[in-house]
Design a binder for this molecule. Structure first.
Ligand code: AMP
Length: 114
């Protein structure tokens, strides 16, 4: 199967501003930022979306969330807060079929989302 867009970013085949990486996840700045800080954190394993994660992925998914919080803190968002978003499927607004968690912060975010 061909690589996903985010696999190609992880492989450095497409340029991105990577802000954190370990053996399991990679975080990079969103190309179309919706907030002063907008970073995507993705598992290196190309799970298409959260609905297709399996029970075997539970450690990876926990790691992804813990690292999302670490990255948010590293980017200075801990004190004022931030939002983590996972879009799933077309009604959820998912456009890239590789599981990713948005880290959004640096301004007050409205609720509910549009
Ligand atoms: P979603 O709509 O939840 O699937 O989010 C996909 C996100 O990927 C969007 O916020 C896009 O702006 C972002 N995106 C698409 N292409 C790139 C890229 N080459 N580098 C960084 N972010 C990207």
């Amino acid at each position: 199967m061909s690589k996903t867009l985010f696999e190609r970013i992880v492989a450095r085949e497409i340029p991105a501003q990577i802000v954190f990486e370990d053996d399991f996840v990679c975080a990079f700045r969103d190309i179309n930022a919706q907030a002063p800080t907008h970073v995507l954190i993705v598992p290196k394993k190309p799970i298409p979306r959260i609905a297709e994660a399996s029970p075997d992925d539970h450690k990876l998914l926990g790691h992804l969330l813990l690292k999302a919080a670490e990255v948010a803190a590293k980017l200075g968002l801990k004190e004022n807060g931030y939002r983590l978003v996972i879009n799933n499927g077309s009604d959820g607004g998912e456009t890239v079929p590789h599981l990713h968690c948005h880290i959004l912060g640096g301004r007050h975010l409205q609720w509910p989302p549009g």
